[in-house]
Write a protein that binds this ligand. Structure first.
Ligand code: UD1
Length: 416
């Protein structure tokens, strides 16, 4: 298994180009199953997760090629309607093909995704939405089956804000007769991007980016080209990299509009943040100030930045409080950060982070994607050598992370 060795203590300086958004690319790649016309997707990050989605669409009978950051799809003929357990267990976002297959063919079968390290991750809201649209759902032998004679628009209220349920219901409802309303919908940039993609292909969606999304069913979609948005979580991670190393990083191609929560919190802790169109420049401070954050659905502080933020707060000048409100088990990075000299205690969904003077390099293990990012950030700050194992989690969601960090002056090497 690959690992990273980081020699810490260097300030990062220079420019980095932010890649396409993983969490936009995945549902959009799945949504190409709704199209019987060809489609070209640009700015798709080359990651393990997007490769898995690529493979899944191919297994279903679609024709997908993935070269550089461009995905070309020709999904006129789909012959399989079942997403197998082998793929679903490696990537939960595989469940997105369910909405797309159901939407176009009135049938879909997907292995029931299990829990995962950060929480239970139920999909009850996705299924409730499909049922409201007229599908019959059955669960047998570890697979969920959805079947419909005809899908009809419906008024659907999500009692918890869910990115996955919002995206899956959107895809299922594109061809449903009449109007669909999704209330308490997720407002994340990737939901807006999926809606914009579908609209470019001919769907009639409005309200994306607010908590009420409306769709009017259409009878056909066209093909065409689309470019996915940049990744605001990758951008946020590099912003914290500048802050934690007391460096100065210029982020190019960054989704500045989606980074309000990170930007404001970074400023409050003493970093300078300047935004000029698609450029974000972050200059760290020697010792960051402590902060209090609660993770929340967009536009709140993203849970996907909580672990990285905790690494930064571990070297602050005081005590920080971090409340994780989305995932019940998302503190797996805490014991690893403590192995590097951090002073973090957790109780329930709250972490109390007492800032320490310095971190020291140590062997640590990655439990999940963003926990991995937090350990890399801690390793960049720590004195001495940090050896990070199980970095395959990072390869799921950060494109060429070590190359990008090296170009900024980090001493990081991948060992196979
Ligand atoms: C997506 C992101 C993930 C991020 C999360 C929250 C992708 C591929 N993944 O995950 O990185 O951490 O949004 O921003 O985009 N819930 C239910 N029932 C459901 C669905 C969700 O109760 O049917 C709950 C979950 O347990 C969780 C909350 O809703 O507490 C948010 O989950 P959701 O937004 O659905 O997360 P994902 O789409 O899985």
């Amino acid at each position: 298994m690959d690992k990273f060795i980081i020699e810490g203590g260097y300030s990062l300086r220079g420019a980095v180009k932010i890649s396409g958004s993983k969490n936009a690319a995945l549902p959009i790649m799945a949504a190409t199953l709704l199209l019987d016309k060809d489609c070209v997707l640009n700015n798709i990050p080359h990651l393990n997760d997007t490769l898995v989605m690529n493979k899944l669409v191919n297994i279903l009978g679609g024709k997908v090629s993935f070269e550089g950051n461009t995905v070309r799809t020709a999904n006129k003929k789909i012959k399989e309607f079942k997403a197998p357990y082998d793929l679903v267990k490696t990537m939960r976002a595989s469940v997105y093909v369910m909405g797309a297959l159901l939407g176009r063919f009135n049938k879909a079968e997907v292995a029931l995704p299990g829990g995962c390290i950060i929480g239970e991750r139920p999909i009850n809201l996705h299924l409730m939405g499909f049922e409201k649209l007229g599908a019959k759902i059955t669960i047998e032998h570890g697979y969920i089956k959805a079947r419909a004679k005809k899908l009809r628009g419906a008024d659907i209220y999500l009692d918890t804000v869910s990115v996955g349920a919002t995206a899956n219901i959107l895809m299922a409802a594109v061809y449903a007769q009449g109007e669909t309303i999704i209330r308490n919908a997720a407002q994340e940039p990737h939901i807006v991007d999926l809606s914009n993609f579908l609209n470019k292909m001919g769907a009639k969606i409005s309200g994306q980016g607010t908590n009420t999304i409306k769709l009017t069913g259409v009878t056909s979609l066209k093909g065409g080209a689309y470019s996915v948005i940049s990744d605001y979580i990758e951008a946020g991670t590099f912003m914290v990299a500048a802050a934690i190393t007391n460096g100065k990083i210029e982020l190019q191609n960054a989704p500045a509009d989606n980074l309000e929560a990170i930007k404001d919190n970074l400023k409050d802790t003493g970093s300078e943040v300047k935004i000029k169109n698609k450029l974000i420049i972050v200059k760290g401070s020697k010792i960051p100030k402590p902060s209090k954050i609660d993770t929340a659905p967009y536009p709140g502080f993203p849970t996907d930045m909580q672990a990285q933020w905790m690494a930064l707060m571990s070297v602050s000048s005081g005590t920080s409080i971090i409340n994780e409100t989305i995932w019940e088990k998302r503190f797996m990075h805490v014991p690893e950060l403590n192995r590097m000299g951090a002073d973090i205690a957790t109780k329930g969904n709250t972490a109390v982070v007492k800032g320490v003077k310095g971190l020291s390099g140590a062997p640590v293990m990655v439990s999940d994607l963003r926990a991995g990012a937090s350990l890399v950030l801690a390793g960049l700050r720590a004195k001495g050598t940090t050896e990070i194992s199980r970095i395959y989690h990072l390869d799921r969601g950060y494109e060429k992370i070590e190359k990008k960090l090296e170009a900024l002056g980090a001493k990081i090497r991948r060992f196979k």
